[in-house]
Design a protein around this ligand. Structure first.
Ligand code: SF4
Length: 457
């Protein structure tokens, strides 16, 4: 039987409960169990005036921002529209059907003001990590680190070539916020102080972003999102924004390891990473200063591609400070007696050891050893001990396991870009990148908590 036509009839009274209309298996209902913002009001209180018009509830804004990052809604205008019409979003934000949704302009005012001054997003991120630890999701033994390049909100048309860029000519009192932040981080290890090499282009709108061609294809301005994760359940234990260059990313990892230890008392036995983290200085820091086993491929430029004997075919004698080659001859730093004692360490931290030309020219193995040079030389880093330790570790089964676990960071970045749609930043400046990365990492940890800890029946 054909049913009656649906006609719009507004009822005089409604009995409606949002609670009843959010499905029990909805992602936000699952996540809500782990969002604890009780301390936030007291944390923010000093940043509000005691007089004047009451503000929009900061907890409401944080909940709305979390909805945005969890559900991949990147625009604040769209977020406000979605919260207005979506029952589950309203429920998560503690808004009843008739409650007004804050205007999008409220977000930018608070982001750049109280939230940033109070380091609120860092607090929020750490509170969620603490919850992950409490729920037993962080083993604290094998950590992995990596960085992902995220496009900045800047373009080449509005930039200056390195020859014409002069940071000292900028007046901190007369420049936009993102430029002022750039001036503030010029001596910061994750930004200006990471390298003396000037980038090819500097953006006018966001000068702290890095001009990079690292993703092949056309170059662009970007920041690096650095993660330190516990590999048991891929919980992000720390996050840091940096310039998109290797030195800054390695520095960010050191910062994160130290901060995780100070904040949560987590001290990993193993750190897994890719070759970008395998420079001698970093391996030495991990092995000899931090006592962490580096499950990291050694960054080695001395590898031969011509099939000649690798450096590992030569034996080093610490006492005599010399190498012995496969033919049994010596390679030394200096063959002549030096009147002045020299370290022999070059700028890149390597000491070169040379075979005698007469030994090599008479050697039967020369073609396999040094086919194109009159005599063989071997470069040894001052931190070669740490490099050797990393090489030894790379032969173990635990290393293979760590490299498999390391892929979890890459999967988190893939999720960040594809599902949460954070492939381009909306906010400018190092603080904007920091805010976005903290909120995204918080959202990823919350999703993980919801997935791994089932709701009580
Ligand atoms: S070529 Fe020179 S360094 Fe190489 S094995 Fe022969 S003597 Fe030794």
């Amino acid at each position: 039987m054909l049913g009656p036509r649906q006609e719009f009839q507004s009822a005089l009274f409604y009995e409606f409960s949002l609670e009843d209309h959010v499905p029990s298996n909805h992602l936000l209902r699952s996540i809500d169990r782990f969002v604890d913002l009780d301390d936030m009001r007291s944390h923010l209180r000093p940043f509000y005036s005691d007089i004047g018009r009451p503000s929009v509830d900061p907890e409401l804004m944080i909940r709305m921002l979390l909805v945005g990052y969890i559900m991949g809604i990147r625009s604040e205008r769209r977020l406000c529209e979605e919260v207005h019409v979506n029952l589950a979003y309203r429920w998560f934000c503690r808004l009843d059907l008739g409650d007004p949704v804050p205007d999008q302009s409220t977000f930018s005012k608070n982001r750049h003001g109280r939230f940033r001054e109070s380091n609120l997003f860092r607090q929020l991120f750490e509170s969620v990590v603490a919850r992950c630890i409490k729920e037993g999701l962080v083993g604290g033994e094998v950590f992995a680190t990596d960085a992902s390049i995220i496009r900045a909100d800047a373009n080449k048309q509005n930039s200056t070539q390195k020859e014409d860029w002069d940071a000292s000519s900028l007046d901190p009192d007369a420049v936009p916020r993102a430029v002022k932040e750039y001036l503030d981080v010029l001596d910061d290890a994750a930004f200006g102080a990471a390298s003396e090499v000037k980038p090819k282009f500097t953006s006018h709108s966001d000068p702290a972003s890095q001009w990079t061609g690292a993703l092949k294809g056309p170059a662009f301005f970007a920041y690096s999102d650095n993660y330190l994760i516990d590999t048991d359940h891929a919980i992000i234990v720390d996050v840091e924004a940096s310039r998109s260059i290797r030195q800054a990313e390695v520095g960010a990892t050191r910062t994160m390891i130290a901060r995780t230890r100070d904040t949560f008392g987590l001290y990993p036995q193993i750190l897994a990473a890719d070759t970008a983290y395998g420079a001698a200085e970093n391996l030495n820091w991990l092995v000899n200063e931090e006592g962490i086993l580096p499950h990291i491929p050694v960054f080695d430029r001395s590898r031969r591609s011509d099939g000649a004997f690798p450096a590992t075919a030569f034996t080093f004698n610490h006492r005599a400070n010399e190498y012995t080659c496969p033919a049994g001859n010596k390679l030394k730093k200096y063959w002549r007696k030096m009147s002045k004692l020299r370290t022999g360490v070059s700028k890149d931290g390597f000491i070169r050891y040379f075979a005698r030309k007469s030994d090599c020219s008479a050697c039967e193995l020369k073609k396999q050893c040094t086919p194109n040079q009159p005599a063989r030389k071997i470069a040894r880093h001052i931190y070669e001990g740490a490099r050797d330790r990393a090489r030894e570790l790379s032969l173990t089964d635990a290393y293979v396991d760590s490299q498999r676990r390391r892929k979890k960071v890459e999967m988190l970045f893939a999720h960040l870009k594809r599902i949460m749609k954070l492939d381009r930043l909306r906010l400018r400046g190092p603080n904007g990148a920091k805010d976005e990365f903290h909120l995204a990492a918080t959202a990823q940890n919350l999703r993980k908590l919801a997935k791994l800890i089932p709701q009580p029946a």
